[in-house]
Design a protein around this ligand. Sequence first.
Ligand SMILES: C[S@@+](CC[C@H](N)C(=O)[O-])C[C@H]1O[C@@H](n2cnc3c(N)ncnc32)[C@H](O)[C@@H]1O
Length: 219
Amino acid sequence: MQEHRRSYVPALGFHWLTRMYDPVVAVLLKEEKFKRALVNQAGLKPGHRVLDLGCGTGSLTIMLKRACPTATVVGLDGDPAVLAIARAKIAAADVHVELQEGLAFAPPFAPASFDRVVSSLVFHHLTTEDKRRSLARVRELLRPGGELHITDWGQAQNPLMRLAFLSVQALDGFRTTTDNVRGRLISFMQEAGFTEVAETHRAMTPLGTLSRYRAIAPT
Ligand SMILES: C[S@@+](CC[C@H](N)C(=O)[O-])C[C@H]1O[C@@H](n2cnc3c(N)ncnc32)[C@H](O)[C@@H]1O
């Protein structure tokens, strides 16, 4: 359990801030808009099995299910406290999705068991090694031709965005966030064996550059 506790950074960097996560993200990041764009990019089809990796409080998980009610949507997160919030939101939203506690680099699922893996604001919580091994596991979880869609902090577009991102780094730590601001997620996805890896969108926010990515599991 001790190793499990050390293996993830909570939603806002500190456990005591987790309750504040939803209002902070809604106001500072136009959450509905950027998550809607991620859901649209994921292009869910009826019957798909979809994993929300690092689902947090479940907002994206609910949006994925509502976008495609016949898809099976599963949320995975390492933090039992954030999953408790997600459970309450999912019950209030009256949707059926499955939540599991587990770590991104040791997901408790069979190989080739998902058509889509979608992840929002999670990879900047992972060390370089954990980013690499999580992406390798995600590739194994996807069926051939399955797709990974990520929104996370990306390479700063300009000095102002680099400065703004210092606020995220102060909260979540420099060790896990530096890869993001250097734009290294793309090369990590390529190293994990994904094809057609691309940054599909980049937006300026009060907290830095938010990037959207797409990658395909080889057939
Ligand atoms: C900033 S929150 C994002 C939550 C949600 N995806 C969203 O966009 O609102 C990051 C989430 O990643 C989870 N997390 C961090 N490291 C993790 C790991 N190694 N395995 C699984 N979840 C992890 C945290 O518990 C937290 O819920």
